[in-house]
Design a protein around this ligand. Structure first.
Ligand code: G4P
Ligand code: NA
Ligand code: NA
Length: 190
């Protein structure tokens, strides 16, 4: 998606440790118009997959997942990282390990929101090591739902996540694929 790549070039900054900072349009301040165009693009790519629900993890996945859900005309479910006071204990839970933070956290979705006849589309802002996606795939398995696709806004193709998803055979669409963040500069996959 050229518009997104231009935005990354213009407004993204590369931090030490192969981290791309995009908090001025994706991770903190959100470019609402761009999010809408991202949602429109995911909806176009996955329109024939009979998606019944879009699923993400809070918090940064919610913005692109919401616009995708709007364009597909289906509900959005975001997995929660912290136990809500209103959550019952009827949850599907998976453990997610963060390589960056070196901690494991649980993500959960209430059993009421996933049914065996669902065809879900997983959306996330970043794909790095793929731990968040793996957690959602684990929850999908527990809930016996089928995963019709995975949509990623920014993929760091040089980390483990892309290869991990490829092995599952699930359709993956990443709108911007980054080959390298070396020397403080962003190089996209050709
Ligand atoms: P993974 O899910 O791909 O395995 O991600 P990893 O553990 O490597 O990274 C932990 C968090 O850092 C995730 O967000 C992930 O989206 C984010 N992240 C990874 N690489 C980058 C990067 O280059 N730039 C930015 N901006 N974020 C990156 P999270 O902790 O789940 O946070 P949030 O959704 O609450 O924002
Ligand atoms: Na994030
Ligand atoms: Na995320």
């Amino acid at each position: 998606m050229d518009l997104l790549k231009e935005k990354i070039k213009k407004d993204g900054t590369v931090l030490p440790g192969n981290v791309l900072k995009v908090d001025n349009f994706l991770n903190h301040q959100v470019d609402a118009k761009l999010m809408d165009q991202i949602g429109e693009e995911f909806a176009r790519l996955f329109k024939d997959e009979k998606i019944t629900k879009v699923v993400t993890v809070e918090s940064s996945g919610i913005a692109p997942a919401l616009t995708t859900a709007i364009h597909l005309g289906v509900p959005l479910i975001f997995a929660r990282k912290h136990k809500s006071v209103t959550l019952t204990d009827d949850l599907y839970t998976a453990k997610v390990y963060s390589y960056t933070k070196k901690v494991s956290n649980n993500i959960s979705i209430d059993k009421r929101f996933l049914n065996a006849d669902d065809h879900i589309l997983i959306i996330d802002d970043f794909l790095a090591n793929g731990q968040a996606v793996q957690g959602l795939l684990e929850i999908a398995k527990l809930a016996d739902v089928s995963v019709s696709g995975i949509g990623i806004v920014i993929e760091k193709s040089f980390q483990k996540g892309h290869a991990m998803i490829e092995k599952t055979g699930i359709r993956l669409e990443s709108l911007a694929r980054i080959a390298s963040l070396k020397d403080q500069s962003v190089t996209f996959v050709e």
